[in-house]
Design a binder for this molecule. Structure first.
Ligand SMILES: Nc1ncnc2c1ncn2[C@@H]1O[C@H](COP(=O)(O)OP(=O)(O)OP(=O)(O)O)[C@@H](O)[C@H]1O
Ligand SMILES: [Mg+2]
Length: 276
């Protein structure tokens, strides 16, 4: 049984203006995530990636289909049932500068979810030390404020906060997109190490196929609210069958300028073919 089973998920937002019809942005998406697995969700801006993540987190109500977690239907459930799930499904967002409360110390940011769950102050302190260690931050970070950290370090704090309640699934929405390339690589390695240690599964959202290729076991390609291709990461990211994935692949940066030129030509050929 999969940890997360999304089946024929539809989401519609209210249309603008009087008597406007709702606008459907997900048209029946089906996607599974197994325990300990990383599923990369890739697609261009506006394709609906974040909306899928928000539906899984219970932040948008599906207009159709189902979302099961550990076999239990969670699409649209609220209140106490949702809160008990809340610790099992955590999230890391894109923006390291707005996702941490600027007026709390790192120690308080990490201890808060533990105390809410009923941990004693002493247990919370020792767990916070373990978490900091796990994400590669020094122990004296507990007394410091978010503004004293770089973007990459803040993402480490955000990852530690997500790990605090020992979730089985983390929705990662563009968690490395705001970081420079070398920081990006180190934070991705951290995600991989943590998964190895804890067995946590990731629904890993990115518009960047080179990030997705690096981190995912399986990849799902979203195009305007539909999944157009799903498969294991090596085959999707090297020999995609759908024209849209082929275009995404050609848009991913390469170091070799000659290869880049070849790709540009190939991309233009595909664009010409699809608009013909
Ligand atoms: N709360 C909302 N109300 C109305 N429309 C919305 C809302 N949230 C998202 N949308 C629309 O749903 C579509 C999908 O948006 P979504 O944020 O899921 O895309 P995305 O793939 O995450 O894009 P990006 O890569 O830019 O983050 C877009 O057309 C967007 O305008
Ligand atoms: Mg998004």
């Amino acid at each position: 049984m999969s940890l997360l089973e999304i089946d024929d998920l539809r989401v519609a937002f209210p249309g603008r203006g009087l008597r406007a019809k709702p606008v459907e942005v997900l048209h029946g998406v089906s996607l599974d995530v197994a325990e300990g697995e990383t599923v990369g969700l890739v697609g261009e801006s506006g394709s609906g990636k974040t909306t899928i993540g928000r539906a899984v987190l219970g932040l948008v109500k599906p207009s159709g289909g189902s979302i099961r977690f550990g076999g239990q239907e969670i699409g649209g459930i609220q209140g106490r049932a949702r809160r008990s799930l809340a610790r099992d499904i955590q999230v890391v967002f894109q923006d390291p500068y707005t996702s941490l409360n600027p007026s709390l110390t790192i120690g308080d940011i990490l201890a808060e979810p533990l105390i809410v769950q009923g941990a004693t102050a002493k247990d919370a302190r020792s767990r916070v030390r373990t978490l900091l260690d796990q994400v590669g931050l020094p122990g004296d970070s507990v007394d410091r404020m978010p503004r004293e950290f770089s973007g990459g370090q803040r993402q480490r704090v955000a990852i530690a906060r997500a790990l605090a309640p020992r979730p089985t699934l983390i929705v990662c929405d563009e968690p490395v997109s705001a970081l420079d390339l070398s920081t990006q690589a180190r934070v991705m390695d951290l995600f991989v190490d943590i998964q190895r240690e804890t067995g946590v599964a990731y629904l890993f959202i990115s518009h960047d196929l080179s990030v997705i290729r690096h981190i995912s076991h399986r990849v799902a390609v979203l195009y305007r609210g539909d999944l157009v291709e799903t498969g294991d990461a090596p085959s999707i990211t090297s020999t995609p069958t759908h024209p849209y994935t082929q275009k995404l692949l050609l848009a991913a940066p390469v170091a070799d300028p000659r290869k880049q030129q070849q790709r540009r030509a190939e991309r233009e050929r595909l664009t010409a073919a699809s608009s013909a």
